[in-house]
Design a protein around this ligand. Structure first.
Ligand code: C2E
Ligand code: MG
Ligand code: MG
Ligand code: MG
Length: 283
């Protein structure tokens, strides 16, 4: 899957404007039936605790296995799905599948892994239907609401503040955990962030890219950890790729960890191999 993703990238690079336009037109058309033709699948990326030794949760990330073009990554089709309105059906499929998968995993291994699902502001247009799916999925799978984490992108809160504030209240009333995703690139204010009352903030990976080399970014990141900690907000640092980044973040011991250093998004059945590696290295 990874290979195809990379090939796809080169493929886009080589296309002319006109070809790219036609390509996206085809994709939009094909996307209409992607859910019903069972072409979507989920990969999961582990979220580690602050020690980096234990998996505390998994994030569901959708992929589209296109019959001609191979695996297509979400950044290339989620915006299209939002544009043509398929995001509703797609988002509901993701919720159902993620809760079912995590429920089976937790029963099978007697664990309490959290499962994180991304939701975009466009999905709030069909919010009632979304909640019907969430509620019924939790019930049917006997899955605790506390183990479901809904991720909302910080930049969505800038444009859709009121709508999202209500959505968050409704999620929290159910005991569902709310994370603010890609924090640091959306230019929302810290004051609004506090008012939104989210449980978790996920620091965007662009933040970590120049740490610890860039002194100002490092100071900023340390400060953010401190503020969020004092506010009682949990932190996940995204995009940990190197041992140096890991050492910087774990030294603060204030953040859960996510990134290629631990694992790329993988099929759920591959997660067991990661668990074995972690288990062996802790013996
Ligand atoms: P996100 O929610 O911020 O998810 C994390 C993205 O960062 C994933 O990309 C993941 O593969 C990538 N990533 C994780 N660790 C690293 C790292 O160490 N280095 C680098 N360079 N990248 C890393 P992916 O799977 O391509 O997803 C991109 C975005 O698409 C997601 O960003 C999310 O906002 C959106 N998305 C994915 N699945 C869904 C979905 O089911 N529904 C909606 N609405 N959006 C989704
Ligand atoms: Mg996310
Ligand atoms: Mg996201
Ligand atoms: Mg993110």
């Amino acid at each position: 899957a990874k290979q195809t993703g990379k090939n796809n990238y080169i493929f886009y690079q080589e296309m002319t404007g006109k070809q790219l336009y036609k390509y996206y037109l085809t994709l939009k058309n094909d996307l209409m039936s992607a859910v019903s033709l069972d072409q979507l699948y989920l990969e999961y990326q582990p979220i580690m605790d602050s020690s980096g030794n234990h998996i505390q949760g998994i994030e569901a990330l959708v992929r589209w296995n296109h019959p001609e073009h191979g695996v297509i990554m979400p950044l290339h089709f989620i915006p299209l799905a939002e544009e043509i309105g398929v995001i509703r059906e797609l988002g509901e499929w993701v919720i159902r599948k993620a809760i079912k998968d995590a429920g089976e995993w937790n029963r099978r291994y007697n664990e309490a892994l959290k499962v994180a699902v991304n939701v975009s502001k466009f999905q709030l247009k069909s919010k009632n239907e979304l909640f019907t799916v969430i509620d019924s999925s939790l019930k049917e799978n006997g899955f605790p609401a506390e183990l479901l984490q809904i991720e909302i992108t910080e930049s969505d809160t800038v444009t859709e503040y009121e709508e999202i504030a209500i959505f968050i209240k409704e999620l929290k009333a159910r005991g569902i955990c709310v994370a603010l995703d890609d924090f640091g690139v959306g230019a929302s204010s810290l004051f609004n962030l506090v008012k939104l009352n989210v449980d978790i903030v996920k620091i965007d990976r662009s933040f970590l890219q120049k740490v610890p080399e860039n002194e100002k970014d490092t100071i900023l990141l340390k400060g953010i950890y401190g503020i969020l900690h004092d506010l009682g907000i949990e932190v996940v640092t995204e995009g940990i790729e190197t041992i140096h980044q890991l050492e910087f973040v774990t030294a603060k011991n204030l953040s859960s960890l996510q990134g290629y250093y631990f694992s790329e998004p993988i099929p759920l059945n591959k997660l067991i191999e990661l668990k074995d590696i972690l288990h062996e290295s802790s013996l």
